[in-house]
Design a protein around this ligand. Structure first.
Ligand code: HEC
Ligand code: HEC
Length: 376
């Protein structure tokens, strides 16, 4: 009897020994397996103070998600890491590309397997100054809540957060980074909330404020060309325009220094016969109010030359087409903004307005290594 037990014990020992070390497991095949280990290493993150030039408004900081050096760095990694997507094959940065001011050059966003979304990818610069909800329709009140959505959206990264968390907990690198950023002590404490908060911290730091326009107007280190000056003074901004003049008046809604007031407006894109007929209801979908149908958030025009195509559905390929749209003066739909008036520009004025729009490009943004992939 004793011999049998010994043999059995040896067999068990041998059997378990032969299973060590664990072969690398792709966690997609075994998502139910719990992963919990103690994490060592530094656990007191350093406060990060967001530097904003004095010509921009004060950033809107989230008390529930204070910025730290380690949190921002973790967020940057998560933003660029394809392990956040299904089959570890899709990252936020696949759509939000730095060289295009964090857009993708497409009319409609294309997610995993090339699945087309219904809206155009937004530039994620200067989010720290938006008081009014994120997305074209303001659907998300908090930046970190927004980051939950693309991971699980079928048309974007199409992954279950459960799987993402298992990959993060098993990683050789992330547990220490989560501990450094949030002071946790076990891998089981890596949660969706911490992951999206880190991403939001990184996004808060993406500030664009060094365009030719900024250098001319705020930093006094460059000059406008005559053409840019004409575009600024008599076409884009509205200060000196007599009331009642037909005028591009872009500054009514896209005024400096933000170049987008973040308010929800109908800028006259769709000729609908009633407010119920917008194919994308925009704000109306979120607020439930019929009068909000067809209203979208006025986005920033900073870096606009880098972010074609334009509008929430990418309907305009070029800035010339955008100007033609505004010049036509909308369609008289009842909730169109009164500042959509129509106007006509000669070739010289048109060129001047375009030159001014191009002066809003911030070349340093697209080269800034703080915002680039940490994996390259
Ligand atoms: C498939 C392309 C795609 C992927 C992947 C993607 N996004 Fe987006 N992003 C979009 C589109 C499209 C919008 C506009 C959505 C809308 O209005 O419905 C957007 C909007 C946003 C906004 C709102 C910006 C604003 O000014 O309101 C933020 C922030 C953002 N994305 C961050 C992220 C993060 C973080 C990830 C990864 C977790 C991510 N995105 C992944 C396409 C993508
Ligand atoms: C009444 C307010 C208003 C005025 C005036 C206005 N815009 Fe807009 N603009 C908006 C809104 C709202 C959107 C978003 C609309 C959408 O996508 O449905 C927008 C979007 C844009 C976009 C697309 C941005 C992107 O990221 O795709 C460009 C470019 C633009 N406007 C340029 C201009 C120019 C140039 C002028 C002056 C000729 C102007 N706008 C006047 C409100 C306005």
């Amino acid at each position: 009897m004793q011999r049998i037990l010994v043999v059995l014990a040896l067999a068990i020992l041998f059997f378990s020994a032969s299973c060590e070390p664990d072969p690398p497991i792709s966690c997609d095949t075994c998502p139910e397996e719990p992963v919990d280990r103690a994490i060592s290493g530094p656990s007191t993150p350093l406060d990060y103070s967001l530097e904003v030039p004095d010509y921009l408004p004060a950033p809107i900081l989230d008390e529930a998600n204070p910025l730290t050096v380690e949190g921002i760095e973790l967020g940057r990694r998560l933003f660029y890491d394809k392990i956040m997507g299904r089959d570890s094959a899709f990252a936020c940065a696949d759509c939000h590309q730095q060289d295009k001011a964090f857009t993708d050059g497409r009319a409609l966003a294309a997610g995993i397997d090339g699945r087309l979304g219904t809206r155009s990818t937004m530039s994620i610069v200067n989010l720290a100054f938006n008081p009014n909800g994120f997305h074209w329709d303001g659907a998300f009140g908090k930046l970190w809540e927004q980051a939950i959505h693309p991971v699980e959206n079928m048309l974007e990264m199409d992954e279950d957060w459960e799987n993402v968390l298992i990959r993060l907990r098993r990683s050789d690198d992330y547990p220490e980074r989560f501990r450094a950023a949030f002071g946790i002590s076990r891998t089981s404490e890596i949660t969706q909330e911490l992951a999206v908060k880190a991403i939001a911290q990184f996004e808060m730091t993406i500030i664009s404020a060094d365009s030719h326009f900024d250098r001319v107007v705020y930093q006094n280190s460059e000059f406008f060309t005559e053409e840019e000056q004409l575009g600024a003074d008599s076409l884009f901004f509205v200060e000196d325009v007599p009331v009642g003049t037909l005028h591009p008046g872009c500054g009514h809604c896209h005024n400096a220094p933000s170049f987008g007031d973040n308010r929800f407006k109908n800028n006259g894109l769709d000729a609908v016969s009633s407010l119920d007929d917008f194919s994308d209801k925009g704000l109306g979908e979120v607020s439930g109010s019929r009068f909000d149908n067809g209203k979208f958030r006025t986005p920033t025009l900073r870096n606009i030359a880098l972010t074609a195509p334009y509008m929430h559905d990418g309907r305009f390929a070029t800035l010339e087409e955008v100007l033609d749209h505004y010049a036509a003066g909308g369609h008289g739909v009842e909730n169109e903004d009164p500042n959509i008036t129509g106007f006509s520009l000669n070739d010289r004025q048109k060129a001047a307005l375009l030159a001014f729009l191009k002066s809003l490009t911030d070349e340093s943004l697209i080269e800034d290594s703080r915002f680039s992939s940490p994996f390259e």
